[in-house]
Design a protein around this ligand. Sequence first.
Ligand code: HEM
Length: 124
Amino acid sequence: MTPYQLLGGEAVLRPLVEDFVRRMVGDAMIGYLFRGVDHPNLVERELELTARFLGADRAYQGRPIKEAHARHRILGGQFDRRTQLLRETLRDYDVPPDVQQVWISHVERLRSQITAEKSGECAD
Ligand code: HEM
């Protein structure tokens, strides 16, 4: 069974991603970055990408991740904030722990393509 099937497929993934995007767009720390962004398109692209890395036979039709984020200056703390919102969403949807782990490690692997900063913490 793939993580995608374990999750419950599109029937679970679609409302989850819609909710996650709503949380990002409404967030005080990162929401402003999504002004002027086509939100329904963002939902579809996030959905395809996620379905794919969770094992669905689905094509990602968006831009390469580095290119899509290049015009935004995303800070390490903002990257961490998105991850936090994702964790909260996964918890609220009772996503199985194994699937959460695959999802979060995928996010961490993409970090350097999205922000130049290692983390939001201050150096000592
Ligand atoms: C690994 C983490 C992330 C993934 C997997 C991801 C995924 C995506 C995807 C699939 C798109 C759509 C690309 C397209 O339209 O072709 C997108 C766009 C976007 N993402 Fe992310 N993203 C991540 C991290 C972030 C973070 C940390 C932020 C800001 C805090 C962010 C802000 C945005 C914005 C503003 C857009 C719209 C880009 C534009 O049209 O100018 N993303 N992201």
